[in-house]
Write a protein that binds this ligand. Structure first.
Ligand code: NCD
Ligand code: ZN
Length: 346
């Protein structure tokens, strides 16, 4: 049994950093583990232009802890009104790494998202031409579709046709949650990849109802069945280059989750790598963690791999009940529980 695990420094390919005081509260958790992170644009109002992304990037850089060289990789939020010229500006900026497709109404702060994929056809064509990746929240929003079937439906209704129509477009199917998504990604054409969160590797949907309703396990896409979780574990720990780390760490103030209508989002940035290590260890595949966390992501995005390392040590530590967050607190994943791996401070 190994006591230490050293890997090339990982990156987080899907992260919510928020803004203002909240940003200052959560960024140190990410910056101590990850060299880079793909920063989601679902602020209020959303980051829809390269100019807004430039300003947001400056606020993130200014919020970094002293001495940190963490690099935010910015994304633009696609709307029905995004223009192909905006794609050119994004590509020329050097700091926008992709554009995010939120089907309107699919998740937190997605009301300005795309109402019909055909409306952004010219934008997707320009992205393919300029080689700018598309990040997708892959869920249909139709009322008649069961919330647990929304990802699977999205594959057939939107993703498969989109991947065929824009054959040169690189697509990241984000935070996949189902066996159907794993199967799609494995058998899709070149240029399709997926990120997987720690919560979807560690929990099935029972966790939301264990002994009562547990709002801190509610995220979107929602947790799925045990067979889905097993398929995700197999994919993540297979070493397959199309699957890589994206925490989807999504902090919300405690009172907005512990409410009659609670927000979607799980906060995992405080212990992201430790949580993934636990999942990989249970599969007996700790040796594949580096590919998932540190190699497959940069290779897909065509960015250099990091050159420094991080080390995890086997030791028990207790996750705090809450962390300061803006004017309140955020309840982290595994609050009050014991984790068996810990990042060694460098
Ligand atoms: C995210 C958030 O809170 O911004 N919530 C979530 O449950 N994952 C939005 C998202 O990524 O869907
Ligand atoms: Zn997200």
């Amino acid at each position: 049994m190994h006591d230490h695990l050293t890997l090339l420094r990982p990156d987080d390919w899907h992260l919510h950093l928020r803004d203002g005081e909240a940003l200052r509260a959560v960024l140190p958790h990410t910056a101590r583990q990850f060299a880079r992170a793909v920063v989601m644009p679902n602020l209020k109002p959303p980051v829809t232009t390269t100019a807004l992304a430039a300003e947001y990037r400056q606020r993130i850089l200014a919020a970094r802890p002293a001495g940190s060289d963490f690099e935010p990789l910015m994304t633009l939020y696609l709307t029905d009104r995004t223009s192909p010229e905006e794609i050119d500006r994004a590509c020329d900026s050097g700091f926008v790494i992709g554009c995010k497709l939120y089907p309107a109404g699919a998740t937190t702060h997605s009301d300005a998202g795309v109402t019909d994929i055909s409306r952004i056809d010219a934008v997707l064509a320009r992205m393919a031409e300029r080689n700018l990746p598309l990040q997708i929240h892959g869920e249909v929003t139709a009322d008649e579709i069961d919330v647990f079937d929304r990802e699977r439906e999205f594959i057939e209704r939107t993703l498969r046709p989109l991947a065929a129509r824009h054959a040169g477009l690189r697509v990241i199917f984000e935070h996949i949650t189902t066996a159907a998504a794993v199967e799609f990604v494995q058998s899709a054409r070149e240029g399709i990849a997926a990120t997987i969160t720690p919560q979807h590797l560690l929990y099935n949907r029972n966790e939301m109802f264990r002994g009562g309703i547990r709002p801190h396990f509610y995220c979107l896409p929602v947790l799925k069945t045990e067979p889905d979780r097993q398929a995700l574990l197999e994919a993540a720990t297979s070493g397959h280059r199309r699957f890589f780390l994206g925490t989807d760490s999504a902090p919300h103030e405690r009172h907005t989750k512990e409410a009659a209508c609670g927000c979607a989002g799980i906060y995992s940035a405080h212990a992201a790598l430790e949580l993934y290590a636990e999942a990989f260890e249970r599969m007996g595949r700790l040796d594949r963690l580096e590919a998932f966390a540190s190699l497959n992501g940069p290779d897909f995005y065509r960015l250099p791999r990091n050159t420094t390392t991080v080390t995890l040590r086997r030791t028990n530590w207790q996750v705090p009940q809450a962390y300061a967050f803006g004017s309140g607190t955020v309840v982290p994943m595994r609050a009050g529980e014991t984790l068996s791996w810990q990042l060694v401070e460098s």
